[in-house]
Design a protein around this ligand. Structure first.
Ligand code: RAM
Length: 344
């Protein structure tokens, strides 16, 4: 090659590299995200070891598989604390994930770290238990919080024939979802049709089986006239049903609230539980991961008063507060609990 040719070849190579570089850069912002290739969505749950979140994770994996090119990083602290989740989110920011879908252990404490994530270009969605508005793009509620609250009072009202002392055994004191439902339950109890029910206590088992069990035993011993425990948590309801069984109070004290059919079937058949409710946690996880992908690829903005397509779940309508709700909770009793027990 002559000197002149060498010069031209070098210039051509340089042009190719530069041009290619530009193309590559555009490729990663357009095709990479637009096609959804190589997206990492972190699902940060309240804590690990909770069957409810494991079902949500399975739904998330299903969405990822369907969409293609999406990796789900399932993570959470060992105990349900905001501190644990903050630490995890810091790491996820450093890892430059594309989206975080979180079920929050505290509505407010997580806002600064979620804001930081968003300022680094990470799409943050809360699902199940919300982060306050400033810390996420949208919140996906499994169902309308009002319906969930009302349903739980309706169920015990029916079981008890409208009369008796009731108590609530919740998750953590800061859980956004449980606190919202408890507030609604208290309001519903003020309605004249529920005047026969007296709420005598509210205790917290922190979504830990052992603590929930101890708290349930405590309720049973402290309130000898207690007729029902409402546990708006899948961990709390299982522990309460076990406590009622161990204290030989089946038929005298009824447990209700929100539970997984797979964990409740035995207690329904034993009579410790008459009815309980839940939504499909697989669908919830599927929707959260699907929506995250839509946001990252800019197919949806996630802004208030807009919609997001969520695959087999249809369309999510976001209200003016940035909240979106899925279906009504299903009610289970001994006629139908076994049908869904094999799924979640
Ligand atoms: C527990 C968790 C979760 C809640 C369910 C009903 O697994 O507290 O946040 O939605 O119960």
């Amino acid at each position: 090659m002559t000197k002149q040719w060498q010069k031209w070849a070098l210039l051509a190579l340089l042009a190719l590299l530069l041009g290619g570089g530009v193309l590559l850069a555009r490729g990663s912002s357009l095709s990479g995200k637009a096609k959804g290739s190589g997206l990492r969505v972190a699902m940060v749950v309240k804590n690990l070891g909770n069957g409810f979140f494991e079902a949500a994770r399975d739904g998330g994996l299903e969405a990822a598989k369907e969409l293609g090119g999406v990796e789900v990083i399932y993570t959470g602290p060992t105990t349900p604390t905001a501190e644990g989740q903050i630490e995890i989110i810091s790491t996820l920011i450093a890892q430059k994930v594309d989206a975080i879908v979180i079920s929050a252990n505290d509505p407010d404490a997580l806002v600064p770290i979620c804001k930081r994530a968003m300022s680094r270009g990470i799409s943050v969605i809360s699902f199940d238990s919300g982060v306050a508005k400033a810390g996420r793009v949208l919140q996906i509620n499994p169902s309308s919080p009002t319906l969930i609250g009302e349903k739980q009072i309706e169920m015990v009202h029916k079981t008890l024939g409208g009369q008796g002392e009731i108590a609530i055994l919740s998750a953590t004191t800061r859980a956004t979802n449980q606190n919202t439902w408890i507030k609604i339950m208290k309001t519903v109890l003020e309605k004249p049709e529920y005047k026969g029910l007296q709420l005598v206590d509210v205790v917290y088992g922190d979504d830990q089986s052992d603590k929930s069990y101890r708290e349930a035993i405590g309720l049973l011993r402290k309130h000898p006239n207690l007729k029902a425990i409402i546990a708006p948590t899948t961990v709390g309801i299982t522990a309460s049903a076990k406590a009622v069984t161990d204290e030989k109070l089946v038929g005298k004290v009824f447990v209700s609230g929100l539970g997984l059919p797979s964990e409740m079937a035995g207690h329904v058949h034993s009579g410790a539980v008459d009815t309980f409710a839940i939504w499909n946690p697989i669908d919830l996880g599927y929707t959260a991961v699907y929506a995250a992908q839509q946001l990252v690829t800019e197919k949806a903005s996630g802004k208030p008063s807009t919609t997001v397509s969520v695959g087999r779940m249809g369309t999510l309508s976001i209200d003016e507060n940035g909240d979106a709700a899925m279906a009504e909770p299903y009610v289970f009793d001994k006629s139908n609990v076994d049908q869904l027990a094999k799924f979640f």
